[in-house]
Design a binder for this molecule. Structure first.
Ligand SMILES: C[S@@+](CC[C@H](N)C(=O)[O-])C[C@H]1O[C@@H](n2cnc3c(N)ncnc32)[C@H](O)[C@@H]1O
Length: 279
């Protein structure tokens, strides 16, 4: 047998394998997901498109956003955000769903704009996100909550149906009654609050802020009196509270904050944090 013949035989075998593979690839049915199919931590149930649209609107997603969908399923939320111009990425553990999402993105003309990664949502770096979307479970939301609270102040988090325990939502939306939405038709929005707790020195006195998520309480010690704060609230890096009947609103930037009051006369104020809260 000539050396050439020996070489040809494996080539022939390889060709047969390749041909069979190609034939198989042509006849193998494309992966079709089924509602309720197992997932690593959560089964797959798609968010109705009517609610996806409302979630993206609730988060006010624009072209300057970086959106991450945790457990992205068939990619619908990521594709919808990409259509608004956002840089959108889906994190999905099931590789078949990742491939399906890529095909769906291609069909929607969003290849390269809607991106998908096969990864575990608990091990994914979320630091760059300006918007997080999810449809998971109550206990998973709670497990993620500490990580979400460390994201940049102002980051918007939108969850289909499931809440965040005692971190009350800043807003919500429903697609109830919309065509195509019979189950899981409500979503909630949270805006990551800046950390404002501590003792602050200001011209008006000493401000002692106590923070629970986006809610603020505390006192302003001024002119020998301790004024109890009312209506204290944070939205991203914006703060508002009332003390002694005067409303203070402003912005927190590290250990400095400043803003305006709704009192007559000089209407600006500023404060410096002298003591950070004990961790
Ligand atoms: C309820 S579905 C939501 C799908 C999509 N976000 C939507 O709203 O249509 C949850 C998805 O999370 C995925 N998943 C479950 N555990 C995960 C994990 N640890 N990391 C990444 N994805 C996960 C599942 O495979 C499933 O596709």
């Amino acid at each position: 047998m000539s050396p050439l013949h020996l070489l040809r035989q494996p080539i022939l075998t390889l060709c047969l394998i390749l041909f069979a593979g190609a034939a198989c690839a042509q006849t193998a049915p494309a992966f079709t997901p089924s509602v309720g199919q197992e997932g690593k931590d959560v089964v797959w149930v798609p968010t109705p498109q009517a609610l996806v649209d409302k979630m993206i609107a609730l988060a006010r997603v624009t072209a300057s956003d970086i959106l991450i969908d945790l457990g992205s399923g068939d990619g619908r939320t990521v594709i919808t955000a990409a259509k608004r111009g956002a840089r959108a990425t889906g994190i999905e553990y099931n590789p078949d769903m990742v491939e399906l999402s890529k095909r769906n993105a291609e069909q929607a003309g969003m290849t390269g704009k809607a991106n998908f990664m096969k990864a575990d949502l608990f091990e994914t770096d979320l630091a760059q996100a300006t918007v997080i979307t999810m449809f998971l479970l109550p206990d998973i939301n709670l497990k993620l909550r500490p990580k979400l609270l460390e994201l940049k102040p102002g980051t918007r988090i939108v969850s289909n149906t499931f809440t965040m325990g005692e971190w009350v939502s800043d807003d919500s939306v429903t697609a109830d009654g919309t065509e195509g939405c019979s189950f899981y038709c409500k979503a909630y929005l949270w805006i990551v609050p800046v950390k404002a707790e501590g003792i602050w020195k200001m011209a008006q006195g000493e401000l002692d802020l106590k923070q629970s998520f986006q809610m603020l309480a505390g006192t302003l010690k001024s002119g020998g009196k301790a004024l109890t704060l009312a209506n204290g609230r944070i939205r991203g890096d914006q703060i508002v509270f009332t003390a002694g009947g005067i409303e203070y609103s402003g912005k927190v930037d590290g250990n400095q904050m400043s803003g305006t009051t709704k009192a007559g006369g000089a209407n600006t104020w500023s404060a410096t944090r002298s003591a950070a809260p004990a961790k």
